[in-house]
Design a protein around this ligand. Structure first.
Ligand code: WT7
Length: 660
């Protein structure tokens, strides 16, 4: 006991950790010279990433930067992502497990797909999609929870050169419709439902509701996930049963289509500062090289591993680091359908123990929840198979970092705190686990070959110890190429702030991720959070404008302002300040209607933690809502500058309401 207390105290004081020697010995990357080597050899250093893939046609140029910011990578090269994730592993690893699926009901629903199984089903479904009419470059939408048919559908699309657009299953019918409309997507793959905490949940009802508001015809494929537990929707003429389609194609093989390196692999919608979600476009050559390289260098994935990332494939983390990166490396990737506390709070550790997972990559929000539940849960299990831990999605506080390091990693696993975004495709700022000293709370240095900086408003780097804005000053292969059918918004959102937009010299172009950050004297970067109107709830990005327009859509609401307030577990939570129209009262029913309105428009993740009815919102003299002040109120902090307010008294009024 006293040993343990001493250890905790020692751990609490320690602010840097060297990678464990046992890890370094076996790491995929362990030579510190890699930073200098990449610097000297840029951009050709990225051949190292591209060479991890099989190309049908070799590329003739690593980077074409003649028309910034419309960069092109590995030009002239041709490849297929599905062949890289499956076919090329068949000879050596055909009987090894590709996907280990842990489903619900607990212990009954698990399924194992070897690389050969995956090959067969992906081919059959690819043939079925073609039969339905899906052609090269047609966008196929997927609206599915964590079931194996989701990655199978993604890989089947990749095989026939049809970009996929996965919409998170927790999003609402309306969110589905908006994304299908925006992508002109005429195909949908979905399912009847899924299980949550042992109970069947209707999903097709929601999908149908979404389809009703899509203005064009849609052919859909429906996976029968619930069997006898299913809900009675039936299938319309344009809806096809997944199993029937696949059975009809039993044994069919489909030649993987040779795709140009710059051809779109997928679209992923993400939130921004306007109400309209942005369709981030990722490519076949650059994206796949990037996620494969970072899975190898940062997550230290090896073919014989059992790699576990309990994220959802509906978000970019799942695309890059459950599906594409791990499968391109021929490893076993796990998929988890359930929640971390069902049937008990040791569910994650039970799985790690049972399957001998070698890596565990999750979000700080989950780690904070684990920490709250207590060390007794990980202590129930043998976690010694773990070799590496990772975090992604939001800043992690040093205390949670140390808890993770000690109670999950047993002080024997390096932790990689990985900063990246939907737009970057894969990791950008993080340590190399076999090389870098770790500092809890800081993501670390930019990866070799990545030029990320912390700058002031003029774009000049700040001194060590100071805060500023994060920028990326050189292109990278995994970068988004544009926003779907909206080049103008692409330039405006990500480049205009720090670039000379009249220049055709790539040196004058700087990518702005819209994050604030600080840097220390060793060049370690701590990402502080978004500087735009975006809230990060449990590592999920939500636009305040989207939520506000949902609230204003509720009858009786005149005006709304949404900000992120600090939250113990979620990191940030949604706080909504609402002005009602005359004749409406801030009743409990009204509050419920607002919460429901948000759930209908976006989904339960956007659910406001607090709805504050107020007669007025703090505004500048020019009428702009002062969000900073609302954030301070939400966080119960000392109020910042109120001198420019048109209506300073309102702040105190709101504050009193919140405290009530
Ligand atoms: C935003 C991107 C990356 C996949 C999941 C989220 C925040 C991400 C970190 C980190 C601090 C982080 C940033 C970023 N973020 N990783 N390690 N430390 N903040 O993808 O929805 O595109 O959100 O998440 O604010 O801009 P996303």
């Amino acid at each position: 006991m006293s040993d343990n207390t001493e250890l905790e105290a020692h751990l609490a004081e320690q602010d840097s950790f060297d990678p464990p020697a046992s890890f370094v010995e076996q790491a995929n990357v362990s030579d510190p010279g890699i930073y200098e080597e990449f610097e000297q050899n840029w951009p050709d250093c990225w051949e190292r990433a591209a060479d991890l893939l099989d190309w049908n046609e070799p590329y003739d140029q690593v980077l074409d930067d003649s028309d910034p910011p419309f960069y092109e990578w590995f030009t002239g090269g041709e490849l297929n992502a599905s062949a890289n994730c499956i076919d090329r592993h068949l000879d050596e690893r055909g009987d090894e497990v590709a996907i280990e699926w842990i489903g619900e009901p607990v212990d009954e629903a698990n399924r194992t797909y070897t690389y050969r199984d995956l090959y067969e089903e992906v081919n059959e479904f690819a043939a079925a999609l073609r039969e339905l009419g899906v052609g090269e470059d047609d966008v196929v939408t997927m609206y599915m929870p964590m079931i194996p048919e989701l990655p199978i559908a993604m890989l089947a699309c990749a095989r026939i050169g049809a970009p996929h657009s996965v919409v998170f299953a927790g999003f609402s019918a309306e969110a589905l419709a908006t994304r299908m409309e925006s992508a002109d997507s005429e195909y949908l793959v979905t399912c009847d439902g899924y299980y949550r905490r042992g109970d069947p949940l209707d999903h097709l009802g929601k999908a149908n509701e979404g389809l009703d508001s899509v203005g064009h015809d849609v052919e859909s494929v429906v996976v029968d996930r619930l069997g006898d537990d299913g809900f009675d929707h039936g299938l319309s003429d344009s809806q096809h049963d997944y199993d029937e389609l696949v059975d009809e194609q039993a044994g069919t093989e489909v030649d993987p289509v040779s795709r140009d390196a710059e051809d779109m692999l997928f679209l992923m919608y993400t939130s921004g500062t306007t109400g309209q979600p942005k369709g981030v476009k990722h490519t076949t050559g650059g994206y796949l090289s990037w996620v494969t390289w970072t899975s190898r260098a940062v997550l230290d994935v090896k073919p014989e591993d059992t790699y576990f990332c309990p994220a959802d494939i509906g978000w970019i983390t799942g695309h890059s680091y459950i599906v594409y990166g791990p499968l391109a490396l021929g490893t076993t990737t796990m998929m988890y359908e359930g929640t971390p506390d069902y049937p008990e709070r040791d569910r994650m550790w039970e799985i790690v123990d049972e399957y001998d997972a070698t890596q565990f990559y999750t979000a700080p929000t989950a780690i904070r929840a684990f920490m709250k539940w207590g060390a007794e849960y990980p202590e129930r299990h043998d976690l010694s198979s773990l070799r590496l831990l990772g975090t992604v999605g939001e800043p992690i506080n040093p205390r949670a970092w140390k808890w993770y390091y000690k109670h999950v990693g047993d002080e024997a696993c390096p932790i990689v705190d990985t900063w990246w975004q939907t737009e970057t495709g894969g990791m950008m700022v993080t340590g190399l686990p076999g090389v870098s000293t770790m500092k809890p709370g800081s993501a670390g240095k930019p990866l070799p070959g990545v030029d990320a900086r912390v700058v002031n408003m003029d774009g000049d780097p700040v001194e060590g110890g100071q805060a500023g804005y994060l920028t990326v000053n050189r292109p990278w292969p995994g970068m988004l190429r544009t926003l779907y059918k909206n080049d103008e918004r692409f330039v405006e959102e990500y480049w205009a702030t720090y670039s000379d937009t009249d220049s055709t010299d790539s040196e004058d172009w700087v990518y702005f991720p819209e994050d604030g950050a600080k840097i220390d004297d060793d060049g370690y970067i701590t990402v502080l959070g978004r500087v735009d109107d975006v809230v990060n709830v449990s590592g999920h990005r939500l636009g305040t404008m989207e939520i506000e327009s949902a609230i204003v859509g509720v009858e009786g609401v005149a005006e709304a302002a949404v900000v992120g307030g600090e939250h113990d577990v979620k990191g940030e939570a949604v706080y909504a300040y609402v002005i009602l129209e005359d004749g409406y009262d801030g009743t409990e029913e009204m509050r419920e209607e607002i919460v429901e309105g948000v759930e209908d428009a976006i989904g339960p993740i956007a659910r406001p933690e607090a709805v504050v009815f107020t007669p007025e919102l703090p505004k500048t003299r020019s009428g702009k809502i002062m969000r900073r002040l609302l954030e301070d109120i939400a966080n119960d902090e000392e109020l910042g500058d109120t001198s420019t307010l048109r209506n300073p008294d309102v702040v105190e009024d709101i504050r009193v309401t919140v405290q009530d």
